[in-house]
Design a protein around this ligand. Sequence first.
Ligand code: BEZ
Ligand code: FE
Length: 286
Amino acid sequence: MHEVTKSAIDSFNKIENPRHKFVIQKLVETIHRYIDDVQLTQNEWEFAIDFLTRTGQMCHGQRQEYILLSDVLGVSMLVDEINHSTNIEQTPSTVFGPFFIPNMPLRQYGESIVVDARDQQAEPLLITGQIFNQQHQAIEGARIEVWQTAENGMYSGQDPDQSVANLRGAFISQADGSYAIRSILPVSYQIPSDGTVGELLNYSHRHFWRPAHIHFMITAEGYKPLVTHLFLKGDEYLSGDAVFGVKERLIVEPETKIADTEFAHIFQAGQSYQSIQYQFVLTKDE
Ligand code: BEZ
Ligand code: FE
């Protein structure tokens, strides 16, 4: 070990919190080992400082280039894997992403999240299912936040032509744990490429695509929050997601249905729509 490495590690000996001390000292040790392993040049060090500075300068309220960097390096999914070891019952989690907007309108069972007229022409989608715990008991009153792209591959908040609440909303599960969300099919889209992450992916000949998906964040009292997506079967980017977020058990195949009396208040009889059914399973917060 280099003398400076040992001195730098020891300089953090006085941190009282043992976990914090361990995490910081390990960080110093690992960075020093990496620099030694690659024999970093002065120019490379200067480039790295400039890249990180510019990454920080891209960040503001609606843009978090550091999270995007973490996502394309696979770091976000590694943290997810370490912290959400999934057993077979519980629904797998995946990346949160940078496009969530809090405090979106609370919507009724079966209500549409399509606000803008432009997106109302697209083929309708109905997502239904129940929220359960691992003992297969229905969870009433779970809050289901949902957000997805419009047909142009952009989220509201990213696209100045969309209303903020377009393709977003919060739903509350009923007494039997059921929920119903009316929407349109999401499309595959490209993650932002106008920052330092764009430079890195272009330099590496990597693409920017994410397979079509719908985001969910489900919270219920006494349960761990679940942050996840549902992906559409057949999407060409399922095996090459730019942020490594795909998990097999989150891939669903929409079915074409013709509206009958069950959803008469949502669709006109005879209207055709795509249907996704999915049971989300939460874990108790013990
Ligand atoms: C998203 O799915 O919204 C997303 C996730 C990670 C990076 C960029 C976008
Ligand atoms: Fe997304």
